[in-house]
Design a protein around this ligand. Sequence first.
Ligand code: TYC
Length: 114
Amino acid sequence: MLTHTHVMMSDKKDKGDEETGVITKARPKTARPPLYKVLLLNDDYTPMEFVVHVLERFFGMSHAQAFEIMLTVHKKGVAVVGVFSFEVAETKVAQVMDFSRRHQHPLQCTMEKE
Ligand code: TYC
């Protein structure tokens, strides 16, 4: 049933935020997607040459660059090997973990939000 009250309501202007107490904030709104660091971990068994190969193959590093990062991981225990979107980081980690497993090396690769 359509009463005169309903008819009046449909004519009423929205109060917006002023009288309703709803808090809004005008904000230039184009947030960049979060980035993820991909980390390589040291271990006592994976051959240095294998790690260098991984860095060349999956992270597009030159041999010199790859050797340098491999040595950093070897000495310090961990290093960031790249910063990517969630999807790309996830893919790199999976590729490295799969490649290492297939070659029976214990090399570990992880990701964390930047
Ligand atoms: N520590 C390894 C060795 O002495 C080399 C190594 C470097 C392993 C980096 C893993 O992420 C790594 N053979």
